[in-house]
Every structure is written in structure tokens, then in C-alpha cells.
Design a protein around this ligand. Sequence first.
Ligand code: 13P
Ligand code: ZN
Length: 261
Amino acid sequence: MKKNFNSVVRMMAEAAGYLWEKGWAERNGGNISCNVSQYKKLFEGISPLSVELDGGVDVPALAGALLLVTGTGTRMRDVASDPMANMAVIRICDDGRHYVIVAERPVRPTSELPSHLAIHNYFLQSGSPCRAVMHTHPTELVAMSHYAPFLEKDVLGTLLRSLIPETYIFCPKGLGIVPYALPGSQKLAEKTLEKLRSHDVVLWEKHGVLAVGKDPVEAFDMIDILNKSAQIYVRARAMGFVPAGLTPEQMEELRKSFIPF
Ligand code: 13P
Ligand code: ZN
């Protein structure tokens, strides 16, 4: 069991390293969480280091769950090189609202915990196979979120999906836009969850992106694909032209060939 838990820790570290290498994780930018409830037994003997802390949102389906979460203020490059010194293990209390830190080191979880908790709660309530949540600051996508016309309903998602076939194939539900809200706020968590119900990835206006996956590397891939499209758009504009994008016929052909619904 310890071996399997360690492999989750290693994958969190691997994903954190990608964020740093991509240049999306300045200072403490970004955070990752993973539901590791199947390893509860490993933490049973460890007495909570903290009093019960308020998670900021009600998450009844998570009562008793164990989450591995990057620490607030920690650098993704440090998570990559020394994961357990830079991550918190938290157990959600039976009231589905508070949590305690149960790891050996008293690392406090990310300030974006309300969004992470709300989404993990949704995974359990909806029967989703996803167990990982990732938030990061991909430069090109954040730059595009500063342009109001892109934020109109379905505009940016449709544009990005037309720039390279992979984006359409792997992000068929596209990009949901959350208007600017205070980082770490309950409002940001609520709006994010709302958009995630019908989209693959969520863009936080003038801030960053949040994606989910069965594991942290899968969540990273979703953001990587979308940001690749954003880079293609930015490069085309820098070369002085507006990219043509795949035609509706080409998109339809992709849909029929690759998307099973
Ligand atoms: P934390 O260091 O609290 O995870 O915050 C980073 C961040 O990107 C906030 O949006
Ligand atoms: Zn952020």
C-alpha cells in the first residue's frame, strides 16, 4: 500500500515538474490535489497536527476522505524535487466542511482549497473516475483571457479547438470561462464547478486555468493541449496573419472519427 501511495506522490511531483518546466509556475503559482482515500490506513496512527480548519465550502460526499494537496506558498519546482516537504495530507471531517492536516509535516494546503474541495466532492457525487485537480498559470491562455471578445460564450474554446486536431479530439467539451474572481475565494470555487459540469477545462479570467483528470499527469495534458493551441494562435498573429483554423467540414470529420458521442 505504501508503495502505491508513493507512486501517487511521485506522479504529483512529476506533474509539478512539468508546470515549472513549462514556465507556468512562477514563484508559488499553481496547485495540485489528488484524492488518496484508498490509502487512509497509512495515516490512521498519525494524530492530526492541527485543529479543525474551515475548508470554505460544504463537501458532504468528501466526509472522511483523504486528499494529497500542494502546500500554500510552495514552489512547483520544490514539489518536484521534495514532494512530501511541500505537500499537505488532509482528512475531511465528518461534518463535510472542516479538515485536519494529518501528514507528519505541518504543511498548510493551497489557498485554492475551496475549488479543489468542491471539485473532488463533485467527482464522488457524480461517479466521475477523475481523482486529480490541477490549477496553473499558462502564459498564452492567461494573455488571451485579457481580451474581452474572447470571453464571450464559446468564442475562445471554439477558436482553440480549430487550431490543431488534438485539441478538438482531447478537449471535445472545450473551455469554460470563469469571470475574474478573487483567488482562493468561495465564489471562484462555485463558478469553477458550474463551468466544469459542461467543459473539460476552465479558464479563470486574468489568472489561470484549472483542469481535472484521473491522475495529475492527465490533468496536465489537458492544459498542455489547450495552451499549444493558444501558442499557435499567438505565433500566427506575431507572423502577421490570423490563422485560418480547421474548416467546419474538417472539424465534423474529426468528430465522426474520434469522438464517441
Ligand atoms: P497557493 O500557493 O496557495 O497554492 O496559491 C497559488 C495560486 O496560484 C493561487 O491561485
Ligand atoms: Zn493561481
